[in-house]
Design a protein around this ligand. Sequence first.
Ligand code: BDR
Ligand code: CA
Length: 338
Amino acid sequence: MPAYLLDVDTGIDDALALAYLAALPDTEFVAVTATPGNVDADQVARNTLALLELCGRPGVQVAVGARKPLSIPLITTPETHGPQGIGYAVLPEPSGQPSRQNAVDLWIEHARARPGELTALITAPLTNFALALRQEPALPDLLAKVVIMGGAFYHQGNTTPTAEWNTHVDPHAAKEVYAAYRGRSLEKLPIVCSLDTTERMEMHPAHVKALARAAGAAVPELVLPEDPEGRRSTSDNTLIRHLSDALRFYFEFHRLYDQGYLAHVHDFFAAGVALEYAARPATVDVETESALLMGTTVADFRGLWGAPPNARIVSANNPEQAFGELVSAVGRLARKTG
Ligand code: BDR
Ligand code: CA
């Protein structure tokens, strides 16, 4: 049974990643921690608790750690993910409360308690993870696998022309994390899902329709480009209604930036990668000095820096297969939760 430590900044695509993992019958959520990014850390925790409850996973430990990036002020992105991070969806108030423990302590405690057992999935800026590595330098050995959504290598950035959002929010943390992996053995290196592959994960209105059908929703779930912006779902299925409202916002955001009426669901892909996919070793570094290139990730695949690899970068994916799995797994879950 895969056991996960997650760090998220929920976030529309983080929400999809959580729903997907929750839908897999044998997933154990050991703890889910909140990093500020798409929204502030308290909102991330609220969104995450509410979503896990909607997905039939109440009682998962959700904790806040850092409340701002390591060295620069926090910038959130309501224009990308909506005022509360879930697009047009208004999630119910969660009945659970965030843990009183600090996210960073929690990661270390769980990793030490179950050495070699836990898969770490980080779909947020690397702030909490960098702090955890400072506090427990043996963390890479204690974790079975680490998957990170972040970076853009041979691909345009989505925040500046060269920088990806998670890395741009806290470039200093990202630099520290990659530095901490220098000299580690290949099988311990983080698996990195950058925009190069995650932007191939184009979710379309047809996927939302298929999801609602798989959930047994009474009426077809139509999210159409010609609809007035902000139209809310009336689905009789609660999870479908919230996901549809979230995704409609993401479709409109991508259209605004001339990418079409679709959504790049980065974090969902990273969640799938935690389960499968192979990757290419590279030495990764992050720019933290230049105003022009702040948060830019650079990958040396050829050993030109003379430094050993410190990351494994995913170089291929299969969107059709991944969306097929999403529709059947989350559809099944939504049918159950109603
Ligand atoms: C990443 O940035 C966030 O806005 C998304 O949730 C994703 O983790 C993509 O660049
Ligand atoms: Ca995210």
